[in-house]
Design a protein around this ligand. Sequence first.
Ligand SMILES: Cc1ncc(COP(=O)(O)O)c(C=O)c1O
Length: 444
Amino acid sequence: MSVNHDVMDNSSRLILHRTSREDVAGGISIMVKGDGVRITDKAGKSYLDLVAGVTRPVHIGYGREEVAKAAYDQMCQMHYVSPCGNANEPAMELADVLARITPGDINRFTFECSGSEAVETAMKLAKHYHYFRGNKGRYKIISRKGAYHGVNGYGVRALGTVMPMRQMMEPVAPGAVYVEPPYCYRCPYGLSYPACDLKCATDIERTIEFEGPELISAFIGEPVMQGFGAISPPREYWPMVRGICNKYDIMLIIDEVICGFGRTGKMFGVEHFAIQPDMITMAKGISSGYIPLGAVGCSDKVLEPIDNFFHLHTYGNHPVACAAALKNIEILEQEDLISKSQKMGRYFLDGLKSLEQHAIVGEARGRGLWLALDFTTDKKTRALFPPDRINNIINRAKQLGLIIKTMGHALEFAPPLIIQKTEIDEALDILERCLAIEEKEMGF
Ligand SMILES: Cc1ncc(COP(=O)(O)O)c(C=O)c1O
């Protein structure tokens, strides 16, 4: 592949996060404008963005001046308030809104700068909870293999993160315990649902007994899991995990960093499973990416024993970020984007299901507007698909004006929640063409 020198020259001044030399050689686009569900690069080429900014935060779409205005107004009035011994009105108002829309008795909040920080904060809160109740030894945390919970200490090193991200940072933080994910299409136990009796859930209890319940502080997981591509577990899974956590007094932290704020067709992903988490972590859709913001929500039960939460950073509870998030959530609610995510998600999934007729498509799945196409070279054995073949599909789609991304052996889709049927049709048409070419090249 030829090197795009214009891009190389420009990007050589940057550290490009999660971008390989090969990616740079292939041509990193410099994106300069966003409007609705489309973005435009510096050369003037427009793309339909089917992954809401690749890391998928852009729920309300690009170019929403209302959010910019809310941030501007707050900057002019009071741009910074120390989180230490002070409060500020946007943060308090945002906490009120979140207490209304988060599940059940989650009603206390702290605001961070990212999802990774939110995860770290939740881990610390779990340890504080046990510590102040006299359980000082609970240092272990359980997460699922293949999960992703951020780039900081606990997130990247302790929480199941896929190779090579975790491998490069090993040895991991002490106390990392991994269990198998509920990935039914390629079940880690080689079983099939429902005959499996949810071994992925029952094994958690066996792991706890093996590790020592008195040493475990928390279990963390996404309601619908990003690893392997939009994995929605069987409906019994989360109630079983909740029951096991109750039995051993283990905090259940539900990571809503991607699922939260309508991505899966409910305001929060955990609502699909009717369980009450002890804590939730949030980011991305909380501000639709207009400004960095993460948050942790917990119930009174979690805070009640904690005399002092030893946690402070300069930009905690940032008033400008909170003001922007308030406007973002107002738009999500006013434009009914949560039920639109459900409706458009169904329409999109039907379209993806029709692609299952391709020889290389194993399964179309997902919830709301978080969907995936899992590929295989053999539908019967569900053999893994070569990653470079998925990259071919992604690169070809980009040439045709469609931005999609890979996740495991799947393609992932997470468009802004404002996407219309015509745009979904356009995306499906491009996808169909790209799959047909790849399939032919592979000799199917
Ligand atoms: C489930 C989950 N948790 C945590 C994070 C970390 O969030 P951030 O990238 O905002 O630090 C991510 C990021 O993608 C995520 O998907």
